[in-house]
Ligand binder design. Sequence first.
Ligand code: RNT
Ligand code: ZN
Length: 416
Amino acid sequence: MANTYKDAKDMYAKFGVDTEKAIQVLDSIPLSMHCWQGDDVGGFETPDAELSGGGIQATGNFPGKARNPDELRADISEAMKYIPGKTRLNLHAIYGEFGGKKADRNQIEYKHFKGWVDWCKSKNMGMDFNPTFFSHPLAADGFTLSSADKSVRQFWVEHGIACRKIAEKMGKELGDTVVTNFWMPDGMKDFPADRLAPRERMADSLDKIFKVPVSKKYNKDSVECKLFGIGSESYVVGSHEFFMGYAVKNKILLTLDSGHFHPTETIADKISSVLLFVPEILLHVSRGVRWDSDHVVLSDDNTMAIMQEIVRTGSLAKVHIGMDFFDASINRIFAWVIGMRAARKSLLCALLDPLALMRNAENAEDYGVRLTLMEEARNLPSSAVWQEYCKRAGKPCGLKMIEGVKKYEQKVLMKR
Ligand code: RNT
Ligand code: ZN
């Protein structure tokens, strides 16, 4: 039988690409898997907690969503059977283990997350974290850190500080750096008469949160900008300019979410600019269909372009790659598996690009050859390299993978 990987390796070598090197680099890059695909961003604060406010929405009612931390961990473990490479777990603050007791957002502590940290340790997974500024009565009017009400702002400032301290302790326990992402839904449905005051208040609240000393060795803060949400169509306090400015001024990370810009605007092109002015970037890889719909990530042109830019700018060490999608209309394990694998597959394709030849052509101003190489690269046998990588990682692909997830669906999900 023909050795398809061997053939692929030879073919890539002719284009100046070392597939072994690509596999090695690929395997060293962590991807952060978001816990919230497992239960439609519900969290575990109360038995029937669910996503509300903030202009984000999960649609669909596929049976079997995780109802408690143990179910969520079981589902993540199942998904991981099919996800090759280093995987981190990205947790939102509403996913703490509160033991049936009320701990309001400004009262959460490390102890609520210790179970997760121990579990991640046992699985050799790093962690990332997010304060949750939505699905709460004090976020119901659409304003949190930029609220005109001082006591509301104070409440959310306390939440932000609590989360940074929890993240720092997580990092210490794991001997790793946690990236803590701040996304606030604050905004207005219709034209505001004052766009400035809420932005001044948001900046002031963030200053209060970030001035509390937290070790950068264990926690890095990132801020996420957005163009619009449902119910905040006309005005989002944390716009791109707001957070780009804030991150540059305060030397913190900027989060770029693929769904948070105008529909024809891609975050791929932003990476090389933003990295000139902020130390590091967090990516929320997502797939917006006509709007910021958070569909499951695929290895489409958009995802490929993002990965290509990370590789081409030589920024693998400065770009933290996280997922942000939540589809409740399909088996949620499939959603994770498809999205995580698609992101890694796209990263592999980027690492397999005949970049040296493309750059030579570009330097010689031979744009015909450059374009030819880009088009030819699409037909090189990246799938054989991907199969080889998954095989070495011991992760089933294709029909075997489908069979495995369907079995879990019957045995576990359908019984919930
Ligand atoms: C919302 C942002 C944010 C959330 C998560 C749950 O538009 O993308 O990142 O999706 O925090
Ligand atoms: Zn996001």
